[in-house]
Design a protein around this ligand. Sequence first.
Ligand code: GLC
Length: 420
Amino acid sequence: MKKLILASAISSLTIAGGAQAAEISISCGAVGAELELCQEGVAAWEEKTGHTVNIVSTPNSSTERLALYQQLLASGADDIDVFQIDVVWPGILGSHFIDLSQYTDGAEDAHFDAIVENNSKDGSLLAMPWFTDAGVLYYRTDLLEKYGKDVPETWEELTETARMIQDAEREAGNSRMWGFVWQGKAYEGLTCDAIEWVASYNGGTIVEPDGTISINNPNAVKAIETAASWVGTISPQGVLNYAEEDARGVFQSGNAVFMRNWPYAWALGNSDDSPVKGNIGVVALPKGGENGSNAGALGGWQLAVSKYSDNAEIAADLVMYLTSYEEQKRRAIKGSYNPTIEALYEDEEVLAAVPFFGSLYDTFANGTPRPSTVTGEKYNQVSNAFYNAVHQVLSGREDADDAMSSLERDLNRLARGGRW
Ligand code: GLC
């Protein structure tokens, strides 16, 4: 196995049955333990098939990864055969991928319907679900116990508890303690955090499934104002430049009471060298006030085969291997990556390794989708406009009312009269 090489070629080796051994490439994410898990899965498939795979590691930021893929695919480059794509990209990149249904033998039927549907267009299956994601709330069980605090159910409770424990811990000598860390950098991750705040205050999902632009409403404004009030109080100013791994770094080193993150942070937070091992609880993200809702953004990654691949059938075989029951089970147990195969949520070994896959099943099955299906090819522009507007408010440059009304105007222009 070779890493970080942008090349795909057919080698002259012969494998069992006299077939030619191929050399293909896959792009894998590298957030947390992602790359290592990808390498292990790929190595097992190489062993099984005799083919060789180059692993191309990609930028951690989903926004940057999309830009890289768009560049490669627009030029029709055959450098990468298998693309790891975000759940919000089928509408943006789908035209560059083959229909996988000819290779699946119906395997997609075991995966969550909503994700399969998300990855399909005009009867073509453009990507196989690999892992799903939903935003969740991490908390320090030891600190809540020490201060006799309940797990917060609303953002208001979280704000109060975070503040109280942060202040008390600082007084006791831990000057680096913060109440709440999350993703505040201007990138796709902020779209996820902010859609959670907005949806939790019943403020909609930016653009509704029927195409209506809903973001300029008082509940959304309240949600974003609430988040802005955390910056510099319970969250460090630096949160404005945090992505997933920055938040995990602070929480895992023991310097935060609460963290918003994806499930992958569980396995790493409980690893042997983690200072907070055994002291982590995971629950649904809080509601926006008593009448709000629990909302966790729906994330997740799929595997797609490029139309420009010279080895599409072999690449599809790798996709089917990596998305299989056994491989998803291994990734769930070792890395707390959420399976997309429903039956794995009843697998005892999976539930023993990641108990909240059971207790938060509804959060994973009913994540809050970003408006990527309705906005299609324009989703990236919608998300860009949204996270930039939110970032302006979080950094105190604009008030939430003004930012949401100018965002509405920008989205209207983009939607060309609501037709998207
Ligand atoms: C996670 C999610 C993905 C999302 C990204 C944002 O990787 O799975 O859907 O776009 O975070 O940072």
